[in-house]
Design a protein around this ligand. Structure first.
Ligand SMILES: C=C(CC[C@@H](C)[C@H]1CC[C@H]2C3=CC[C@H]4[C@H](C)[C@@H](O)CC[C@]4(C)[C@H]3CC[C@]12C)C(C)C
Ligand SMILES: C[S@@+](CC[C@H](N)C(=O)[O-])C[C@H]1O[C@@H](n2cnc3c(N)ncnc32)[C@H](O)[C@@H]1O
Length: 367
């Protein structure tokens, strides 16, 4: 073969490999985000690395230190920074629903995600004509599934401006923007009138609140008497022991890599719901058998993580992705390891379900 032919062949094969690696293998889990489009929310390119460092020095501290430094009030701002850093990576590597779901043999991740969301809608009896609140809505994967499944009108709230824009774009593309609304705001002080919703749900979002009672009290306030609220909570289970260094390391790893000011114990959730005035209708860990393990999706992705790491490194070197993306991606990789350790050992669940009702004649909540 002539040298020029060999060079052309090598160039064409190289181009095909790069195309396959970046655009085919690196394609978004649910179409919409590709590695070449990774932005870091509303953070400008030159600030990504600094913002990541600020985030990390805030959340790598245990909850006692966050509280002792009187930093609880700063949590929402750092949670906002976190979602600027991770939203595109989540969409690219996971899809538009930022939560876990029990695995079901023979069903795809997309199916099990949707079923987990529809279960929330069914539990609060969402139906056409009702106005339902999504507390911590992300880019709106659950909101669209729930509006489509139940026919209800869904209003989502998220602290992160970039997620609002993503969610609105997705809603429009899905043809659901007449039934799905997205508001930027803090769920600890919601910009909604008292008794203005017929139902509410939160999926893996209230764990970001420094005090759970603050968000539950707000949900209670905006619900009409008799309305239902369901939440999927991230908690430590009864198997967790604070005296076991391996347990502590796993839970600290989950908190630091997921912008959590401190995980709560499973048994505390109902207590908080009652404290703000709710009746607890049902409480159950949806991860327990017969549910299939939620963490297998994380474990099965080892090759994908390696591919993604190479991709973000290459894109950063080529200056397509901003500096700092590799560090954020590494942090998520570590977090995934802690999450699957937590799931496998049974000391942690991301789907402790609590279903509450606001009583028809509400007694004054205790403060
Ligand atoms: C509820 C929350 C988020 C839960 C999950 C949606 C995310 C938790 C950890 C995330 C990920 C970890 C590894 C990433 C991987 C290294 C990358 O290549 C592709 C994306 C990941 C799989 C990413 C996806 C989302 C998570 C599973 C918290 C924040 C309360
Ligand atoms: C892990 S995501 C889950 C999103 C969505 N429920 C889903 O399952 O796709 C957590 C969400 O909670 C939101 N959040 C966290 N703290 C918040 C706060 N104080 N006020 C409003 N939203 C908040 C984040 O912005 C993010 O949208």
């Amino acid at each position: 073969m002539e040298v020029s032919t060999a060079m052309w062949t090598a160039a064409i094969v190289g181009a095909v490999v790069v195309y396959w690696f970046v655009w085919v293998m690196g394609a978004a889990e649910v179409k919409g985000k590709r590695a070449v489009n990774l932005k870091m929310g509303s953070i400008t390119r030159d600030k990504v690395q600094d913002k990541y460092k600020q985030y990390w020095s805030f959340f790598r501290r245990p909850k006692e230190d966050i509280a002792a430094a009187d930093d609880d009030d700063n949590v929402p701002a750092f949670v906002d920074t976190f979602y600027n850093l991770v939203t595109d990576i989540y969409e690219w590597g996971w899809g538009q629903s930022f939560h876990f779901s029990p695995s079901i043999p023979g069903r795809s991740h997309r199916d099990t995600t949707r079923l987990h969301e529809e279960r929330a809608a069914d539990l609060i009896a969402a139906r056409p004509g009702l106005r339902v609140l999504d507390v911590g809505c992300g880019v709106g994967g659950p909101m669209r599934a729930i509006a489509a499944h139940s026919g209800a009108h869904v209003v989502g709230i998220t602290i992160n401006e970039y997620q609002v824009a993503r969610a609105r774009t997705h809603n429009r593309k899905a043809g659901l923007d007449d039934r799905c609304e997205v508001i930027c705001g803090n769920f600890l002080e919601m910009p909604f009138a008292d008794a203005s919703f017929d139902g509410a749900y939160s999926i893996e979002a209230t764990c970001h609140a420094p005090r759970l009672e603050d968000v539950y009290r707000e949900v209670f306030r905006v619900l009409k008497p008799g309305a239902l609220y369901v939440s999927y909570e991230w908690v430590t289970t009864a198997l967790y022991s604070a005296d076991d260094p391996a347990h502590v390391q796993t839970i600290r790893g989950i908190e630091a890599g997921d912008a959590l000011p401190g995980l709560r114990a499973q048994h505390e959730i109902a207590e908080v719901a009652r404290q703000v005035g709710f009746e607890v209708v049902e409480e159950r860990d949806l991860a327990l058998p017969p549910a299939g393990p939620w963490w297998t999706r994380l474990k099965m992705g080892r090759i994908a993580y390696w591919r993604n790491h190479l991709l973000v490194s290459a894109l950063t070197a080529l200056r397509v992705a901003p500096k700092g993306v590799v560090e954020v991606h590494e942090m998520l990789y570590e977090t995934a390891r802690h999450l699957s350790d937590g799931g496998e050992s049974g000391i942690f669940t991301p789907m402790h379900m609590i279903l509450c009702r606001k009583p028809l004649a509400a007694p004054p909540p205790s403060s």
